[in-house]
Write a protein that binds this ligand. Sequence first.
Ligand SMILES: Cc1ncc(COP(=O)(O)O)c(C=O)c1O
Length: 375
Amino acid sequence: MKLFDVYPINPINIVRGQGSLVYDAQDNEYLDMYGGHAVISIGHTHPHYVKRLEDQLHQLGFYSNSIEIPIQKELASKLGKVSGKEDYQLFMCNSGAEANENALKLASFYNGKKKVIAFTKAFHGRTSLAVAVTDNPKIVAPINETDNVIFLPWADEAALTQAFADNEISSVIIEGIQGVGGIQVAPESFLQKIRSLCDEHNAVFIADSVQCGYGRTGKFFSQDFAGIDADIYSMAKGMGNGFPVGGIIISPKIQPAYGMLGTTFGGNHLACAAGLAVLEVMEQDNLMQNAATIGEYLIKELKKLEQVKEVRGRGLMIGIELPEELAHARKELLFKHRIFTGEAKPNVVRLLPALNLTKAHADRFLEAFVDVLNQ
Ligand SMILES: Cc1ncc(COP(=O)(O)O)c(C=O)c1O
């Protein structure tokens, strides 16, 4: 059987990793400034993570949500503490798209309304509702098309206010920093406006934190910079450091009912062990602070480079916009300097490394980047 060929891939076979370094089958070393697409939050094969998963696997890998799973409560309690949202409720699933799918559905259960506001260049996933609120017609199949989604221009307060006028809005979904959209930071005043309009119209504010959340920006949720609380935060990627786990945390104003949401695999014992290991390391090693410090350093240094058009982002979620003639920079970084980075169109290099990236590794990247720009 062949693989279904949907990914344009690089001819590199990564076989092991440690911290922010990964190695191919020939034992060549690569610096991972991409984190496997923002997934590796505490570094590859972190010893505490490996041990926690290994210990859990020896005890029990899986049993269904029809029994008590104390490790889920342990994870919820730790997540409440680390995120500062202790009065929220956790529902676990397996991916970012699924988290958003559940968030949008829950919002509609809550207020009985159907319309969703999403924004240009948004990416929220590939399942049916998640892709319907994603602004990329190429990945929306005819079956996913719906009249329930209203796309508005990014950060346009007047358009937002106007869209609320008929009082049909169930929810607003927004990334605190657009990832796929090219690292665009949502203005704080815009997030505050969403908050006040949602309050006024009994709509649900969904903060897609799949990429920009989980400490990556130096705060647990990037929306925290605006001093507001969303009603639902969706999470995945960094939550499991590579173990597939996602979830939503839900404001106390939204009450659960049996059967409202459900999943076979979500919240399984192994996923919870992975999630707890991540939070324990984040807390113990002060990783949010490290993300803020190293991120600030990288942004400051990148802004000094005259060939760079713009540097955007917060903490360790950074977009470097390059002119067209430097479009080859990512490939050069990978094949000449063995450094993984992410991309966003057009010509944006995305940095999404592990939150414990060291200053030495940040410098190694900067040196290579300067070399690539000057070729
Ligand atoms: C902001 C955002 N939301 C949702 C998703 C979808 O997550 P997943 O690929 O885990 O379904 C992504 C993935 O890149 C994302 O960046």
